[in-house]
Ligand binder design. Sequence first.
Ligand code: NAD
Ligand code: DAU
Length: 354
Amino acid sequence: MIFVTGGAGFIGSNFILNWIKSNAEEVVNLDKLTYAGNLENLASVQANSKHIFIEGDIGDLELVTKLLDKYQPRAVINFAAESHVDRSIHTPEAFVKTNMLGTFWLLEAVKNYWNRLDEIAKNNFRLLHVSTDEVYGTLDKQAPAFNEENRYEPNSPYSASKAASDHLVRSYHHTYGLPVLTTNCSNNYGPFQFPEKLIPLMIVNALEGKSLPIYGDGQQIRDWLYVEDHCVAICKVLESGSVGETYNIGGWNEKPNLDIVHEVCSILDESKPRSDQKSYREQITYVKDRPGHDRRYAIDARKIERELNWKPAETFETGIRKTVQWYLENWQWIANVQSGVYRDWVEKNYVGRT
Ligand code: NAD
Ligand code: DAU
């Protein structure tokens, strides 16, 4: 079986749903259920014996050690993190705790477990650490996209804490021989993304008649990747990646934020027109910029394409339509997230199960 951390969050839950659909192996899912962890994302596999959920912290050495010994996974995939840049500006401590210290304790537990395995299991074992392109800092307009050789120059408490976790992972390979893999991915979008991030926030605010807040001039560029493509890439790296290597993952989809918001508005204008027939673009407002806002991210994803034969399947045009449609069809999910009802749901369904 495999052991996933942070599997109740946006990317982790998409990963688990895809995994269960296409693999026979069981998944143990350790998640602390912070505000971003939502077991409703996994409701469709709630009764599936291939998904074993455990509520807990990656920083809890005793718990993680016990779980690894009990389930004997062949791989650990670390999604668990505090992930929102704006929150890291307001409350950086949580980012240091989970992304840095949490990753450190997870590494300790995994190293000790790996050392107890027999030779064959030891050789086959992998720890895959899921990271971000933000560790590389910001790019000028004309600069080439980030490749795996770029220097780390993180600019926010979030990216600094992720950079620190990447360094720790790297050091556990070089010092202790732990068979690690690291992926650095660009901005994801798709189903189950918490509506604090740009795309779901814009969809939800638009439909609720609220303003669509654009930070600064809206010309910051991100490289967007549909979440399922990220999940497929992670599987490829897990199965065929070279130990100790890092792989950049991106969508070849650089777009300014304002274009993204315009695209969301156009799709909504078509699928769910406003009652006054005006465009949702009317709701766009420009607000004070994010402090230290990185101007541009772009991923050079040629290494993973060349070595592991991975390329994104979705274009932005197809992915964004699917995404908007998903939010339109899952209004109850949004309402539950907003009201906190999903926490009651967790209480109802999971307390006493594990
Ligand atoms: P998310 O915030 O939606 O989910 C994070 C999950 O981790 C939640 O379920 C939360 O409960 C859990 N968690 C937090 N602290 C924990 C702890 N101490 N112990 C156990 N679980 C804990 O994040 P996401 O967007 O799904 O991102 C997942 C990973 O991918 C993160 O490591 C993030 O840095 C990375 N990443 C995200 C993106 C993106 O665009 N969202 C892009 C590249 C990389
Ligand atoms: O690049 C990968 C990273 O992408 C991940 O590591 C992070 O976990 C993930 O949150 C994301 O970080 P960003 O800061 O790029 O994503 P966010 O959705 O918060 O913002 C995207 C862009 O949109 C960014 O330039 C800020 C801008 N923005 C965001 C919000 C929430 C706005 O203009 N208005 C907003 O209200």
